[in-house]
Design a protein around this ligand. Structure first.
Ligand SMILES: Cc1cc2nc3c(=O)[nH]c(=O)nc-3n(C[C@H](O)[C@H](O)[C@H](O)COP(=O)(O)OP(=O)(O)OC[C@H]3O[C@@H](n4cnc5c(N)ncnc54)[C@H](O)[C@@H]3O)c2cc1C
Length: 380
């Protein structure tokens, strides 16, 4: 392992490191890609301009189901089906290898007061009856009996739950730091891609360059700008604000979604409440309006939060894309250049699946899902 911090580290203009693959961006998707590529036998260098997992991959709630799964096109469900069976082993592997437990908790997920319940039922019938329709008293029991009175129409998803996103990021980062086939480079901003004769050669920044025959761009909402010279990717930032309530005893047993907002109970009994979907460019400051909106929705879902202190309020930038369908695949006119970005509000839950798809592209093997829906637009 080689880890390089700080701007002072690279005074030598020749600082050129060779590996099999360079991954640009140390969010969940860049790190998950790097992790799977290393497991597949590649020598990988991951380059992050700040510290890994500090952007959306720190801010995110960590619900492990696409929110309101029936509202997406089937390519999202296919990725979810590929990712879902991986979480138990992945979380256990990271916890035992790094000592950082990402607190994967399959406590179940409740969608309450669903407005489009007929669509939900029809979708569920096509997806192994994933949703169980519950009466109000059953729904209250699943959540811990302490919520608002009318929850119907309510749907329960068993075996799904959440992961503590910042801990997942820390664990992936530590795993890569410890692995002999991974090099983690933080505080290195990639400013250009190196290519010759239609082939990628590496990346460059003010501190030097890194060479590899393959480069994966996983820059979250910044991917559009990074790739602008090669391909036009409709990836835009979507701001989301979150609150943390700190009850001292458990108030909620499962993830609860209602009217587009949600509550996520953590193992320490604290409750995350989210979230807004705002078009604010790359501005990730929090707002009084965002706080008020989330707070009101949280109390509507769980009145017992009325007397509980909110200790944190933060915002992050989702990498929004049309239909929230991520772009995973090769750039047409530059051999060896790949993208894994644009996961919208589902970038944690889908991350193992899009990393698998990326690996299949790089290895030239048949992917577990049809790659067509995630293909990049033509260059030019
Ligand atoms: C409030 C909120 C709640 C959410 N809740 C959920 C949820 O419950 N479940 C779920 O699945 N998803 C959720 N998401 C979405 C999820 O967090 C994101 O989709 C996911 O974290 C995106 O990860 P990423 O690695 O693609 O991008 P990012 O986390 O944005 O990482 C991209 C990285 O690239 C780096 N970078 C950019 N440019 C350069 C450069 N030039 N050189 C080097 N590095 C560069 C950045 O510094 C950054 O670290 C939520 C998001 C938000 C904001």
């Amino acid at each position: 392992m080689q880890m390089l911090f700080g701007h002072g580290t690279y005074r030598d203009e020749r600082c050129v490191k060779a590996s099999d693959v360079i991954v640009v961006g140390g969010g969940i998707n860049g790190m998950m890609s790097a992790c799977k590529l290393v497991q597949d036998g590649f020598q990988v260098t991951l380059v992050e301009r700040g510290q890994c997992a500090r952007e959306a991959s720190w801010a995110g709630g960590g619900i492990l189901i696409p929110l309101y799964p029936w509202r997406y096109a089937d390519p999202i469900a296919r990725l979810d089906a590929l990712a879902a069976p991986q979480w138990t082993d992945l979380a256990n592997m990271l916890a035992s290898a790094t000592g950082i437990d990402p607190q994967y908790t399959p406590h179940g997920i409740m969608h309450a007061r669903v407005e489009d319940d007929q669509n939900a039922r029809a979708w569920s019938a096509r997806h192994n009856d994933m949703l169980t329709s519950l009466g109000s008293s059953q729904a209250h029991t699943c959540l811990g009996q302490l919520t608002t009175t009318s929850l119907e129409p309510a749907f329960w998803i068993s075996g799904r739950g959440s992961i503590r996103t910042p801990r997942l990021g820390q664990a992936l980062r530590q795993w890569l730091m410890d692995h002999p086939h991974a090099t983690l480079v933080e505080h290195f901003e990639v400013t250009s891609l190196l290519s010759a004769g239609g082939r990628i050669q590496g990346v460059a920044g003010s501190q030097g360059r890194y060479l590899a025959p393959r480069v994966v761009m996983a820059g979250g909402p910044w991917t559009r700008e990074l790739m602008a010279r090669h391909v036009s990717l409709p990836i835009t930032p979507v701001r989301g604000q979150m609150l943390l309530f700190r009850p001292e005893r458990p108030l909620l047993r499962a993830v609860m979604l209602m009217n587009g907002f949600y509550l996520i109970p953590r193992q320490d009994h604290h409750i995350l409440a989210g979230s807004t979907f705002e078009n604010a460019g790359f501005d990730r400051t929090t707002t009084v309006e965002g706080y008020a909106q989330i707070h009101a929705k949280a109390l509507e879902m769980l009145p017992a939060l009325k007397d509980i202190e909110v200790t944190h309020h933060w915002a992050g930038l989702r990498p929004g894309s049309p239909g929230s369908v991520p772009f995973v695949g090769a750039v047409n006119d530059v051999e060896g250049l790949y993208v894994n970005a644009g996961h919208g509000g589902n970038g944690v839950v889908l991350s193992p699946a899009t990393a698998d798809l990326l690996c299949a592209h790089i290895k030239g093997t048949t992917p577990s899902v049809d790659p067509a829906p995630y293909t990049l637009p033509d260059s030019g």
